[in-house]
Unconditional design. Structure first.
Length: 690
């Protein structure tokens, strides 16, 4: 018996209308193309040192940046070896020093320096996607059709990004560009050996008028898969007719459209719309008695963003300055069906939810003489979530705000350039509606950051160091969700705050770069899950999580061969002196890294290969609550490609590329957490025209 049939019928009209808006928006979640090229600068111009690596063919050209005493990496997505119509999860799994895993809900979570996914902000052209019901973004359903580049800041992020940003920032660039792009049309399509298919198309149309420039971008994508392959040694308790994990099929369609105008005087305005709709199953945990047997029959999300700015111009206070603002609407729905067994034949419960997040963000800059700049930002978000359960419906509302400022100053402009920055922020949260549970009282917290960067002559060597403190408020899901009776609510949760320090060196070596960074984080009142005597989990405030580590990154070219590698070594401890125990941290490998290479061979062919290592980690056994150790493993991927120069009518196309790829060549079983292995070997074929 399907318990939510009546609920679906009761809202059929509203759902149909919302679905029409999804299709009408023709958009991908990665939209918000705010000020296409007016906002291409760094978060703090006077405190930014950028090293740009020459053209190297290694998955992506990876220029390395130090921002305000923090370390960062920039990646051009078009240079990465990805499948047609990729999802953001695949892109992020290829980023150095970023750990991505799939949880028991089927969601992909990201972790940086011992943090958990709610401590890492994901933004699209400055619009935060991680302000919502769950305070995190499931990148396994976010399409990557529209993005052009990704900036990944590890740890000490700016005070201007808004509330709940303390463990790093992944900023996806869709409409931002340092210069006006050329007119283009990009098509890609492909299939794999188990019957999966993907295709996408994007068009870019820049054109000039008498008073400015327009940029219009649009695209769509579709991907479908019958399921994830089984790695060596992985056995399904109820195997199907194929060699696939049961209930891992998926189908997703997305699209985006964005337009921006930049006047000759520098002022700009933009509007963007996007959306996707998906249906998928999730892999049930292996080897446990109380695994989740879930399917998502309907997942949708749409976003609309209106932005405008004055551009850099003379300020009434003297010097130069600019003001910019954006307003975003983020709406989505997620339906969950729970089944009684691994056969997925009988729905026994459901959890449906509709969410809406309204975001307003304003930023202002003002130069201070020749060496300084003052920047400020205000962010406000209202999050509304309607929960539909067999026991009844509930509405939750959370309001978050942040006011931040940063001062950057060039201390020296002689043989070496020394830059320093100071920043501070005040954040607040309130929960005016909390369903049938106690409301959380209003909370406030503060943040601060100091950083320094020294670039030496020739820009071949830079040193940086930084110290920051920032807080995060608990999300509505952490406070109130029961997750189909898997969790016990805890309205008494309080916020957590992170104190972080890092220092590092970046050097240009021959035709590449190297970076080494040492970091230490202390997260106080950390929100962690524990297992209760009745078998449910609950989120509680633990005293402290300490993480200390070393990050190494190297990019290099040898003639026409490009090589890159990264390695993260970290020690993470969960400390609770009240209980007198120290538990193992969940799903945080002590060592992980990758090695990638790409090179041309004979007759116009090129090969690429990568090895991704995940070291030993610990997880909580869903059945007993005990700490279990997961051994590490190495995943090998490879591809063979060939490109042809072509001519097309209208000049849209100039290159054709074909590619054959093998994911997980060794069919190695690498676990993301207890009972959840990554997919096994997959053979893919694809063709791209641009």
């Amino acid at each position: 018996m399907n318990l939510h049939t009546s609920e679906r019928r009761r809202r059929a009209g509203r759902a149909a209308g919302h679905g029409a808006r999804v299709i009408g928006a023709a958009g991908l979640l990665l939209c918000a193309s705010t000020a296409a090229h007016a906002q291409a600068r760094d978060t703090l111009r006077v405190d930014t040192t950028v090293f740009r690596v020459g053209e190297i063919m290694v998955q992506a050209a990876r220029p390395i940046t130090t921002v305000g005493g923090a370390s960062a990496v920039e990646v051009q997505i078009e240079t990465m070896v990805l499948r047609p119509a990729p999802l953001l999860e695949e892109v992020l799994r290829n980023l150095p020093m970023l750990h991505v895993r799939t949880n028991s809900r089927g969601e992909s979570e990201i972790s940086v320096r011992g943090s958990e996914s709610r401590q890492v902000a994901v933004l699209v052209d400055g619009v935060p996607l991680t302000l919502g019901w769950d305070a995190r973004t499931d990148v396994s359903v976010v399409p990557a059709t529209a993005p052009q580049q990704i900036s990944f800041i590890r740890g000490l992020s700016s005070m201007l990004y808004g509330p709940n940003v303390l463990g790093g920032v992944v900023e996806v660039g869709v409409g931002r560009a340092a210069q006006m792009p050329e007119r283009s049309l990009r098509l890609s399509g492909g299939f794999d050996h188990v019957g999966g298919f993907g295709s996408s198309a994007t068009v870019t149309l820049p054109f000039d008028t008498d008073h400015g420039q327009w940029l219009v971008r649009a695209g769509a994508g579709h991907r479908t898969s019958p399921g994830a392959t089984l790695a060596k040694g992985i056995v399904e308790p109820l195997p199907g007719e194929d060699d696939l994990r049961v209930n891992t099929d998926s189908d997703l369609t997305d699209g985006f459209v964005a337009a921006s105008y930049r006047a000759d005087g520098g002022a700009w305005v933009s509007f963007a719309g996007s959306g996707y709709r998906a249906e998928r199953g999730i892999a049930a945990e292996l080897g446990v008695n109380n695994a989740r047997f879930w399917r998502y029959p309907d997942i949708r999300r749409t976003i609309a963003v209106l932005s405008a700015g004055t551009g850099d111009r003379s300020s009434p206070f003297g010097g130069r300055g600019d003001i910019e603002a954006s307003f975003g609407v983020d709406r989505g729905r997620s339906d969950i069906d729970a089944y009684d067994t691994r056969a997925y034949g009988n729905v026994v419960s459901f959890e449906n939810g509709e969410s809406q997040t309204l975001t307003f963000r304003a930023l202002a800059d003002q130069t201070l003489g020749r060496r300084g700049e003052l920047r400020s930002a205000f962010t406000f978000a209202e999050i509304r979530h309607d929960e539909f359960l067999p026991a009844g419906d509930n509405r939750y509302v959370q309001r978050l705000w942040s006011l931040g400022g940063e001062l950057g100053w060039r201390l020296s402009e002689t043989s070496s350039i020394v830059r320093a920055s100071l920043g501070a922020a005040l954040d607040g949260a309130s929960t005016p509606e909390s369903g049938n549970k106690p409301a959380l009282e209003a909370l406030t917290d503060w943040g601060a950051r100091a950083g320094i960067t020294a670039a030496f002559p020739g820009n071949r060597l830079a040193l940086h160091a930084g110290l920051s403190r920032r807080g995060r408020f608990p999300s509505l899901r952490e406070l109130y969700s029961v997750a189909l009776n898997r969790f016990a609510p805890n309205p008494g949760l309080t916020g957590e705050h992170l104190t972080a320090f890092e220092t590092g060196v970046t050097a240009r070596i021959a035709s590449g770069e190297a970076q080494a960074v040492v970091f230490h984080h202390r997260l106080n009142d950390a929100i962690q899950r524990v297992r209760l005597p009745d078998g449910r989990f609950q989120r509680v405030n633990r005293n402290q999580i300490r993480s200390t580590g070393l990050e190494l990154l190297l990019t290099q070219t040898f003639d026409r061969v490009g090589v890159s590698g990264d390695l993260t070594l970290q020690s993470v401890d969960v400390i609770d002196p009240v209980a007198g125990v120290t538990n193992r941290p969940e799903n945080l490998p002590e060592l992980f890294g990758s090695l990638k290479a790409q090179a041309p061979i004979a007759a116009g062919f090129a090969i690429s290969a990568s090895a991704n290592y995940t070291g030993r980690q610990w997880c909580i056994d869903p059945g007993s609550g005990a700490d279990l150790r997961l051994d590490g493993g190495t995943r090998l991927d490879g591809a063979l490609s060939r490109s042809w120069s072509i001519r097309s009518a209208g000049g849209f196309f100039d290159r054709l590329e074909t590619r054959v790829s093998v994911d997980n060549i060794g069919n190695t079983a690498v676990f993301d957490q207890c009972g959840l292995p990554q997919p096994g070997r997959l053979l893919r074929f694809q063709i791209m025209v641009n």
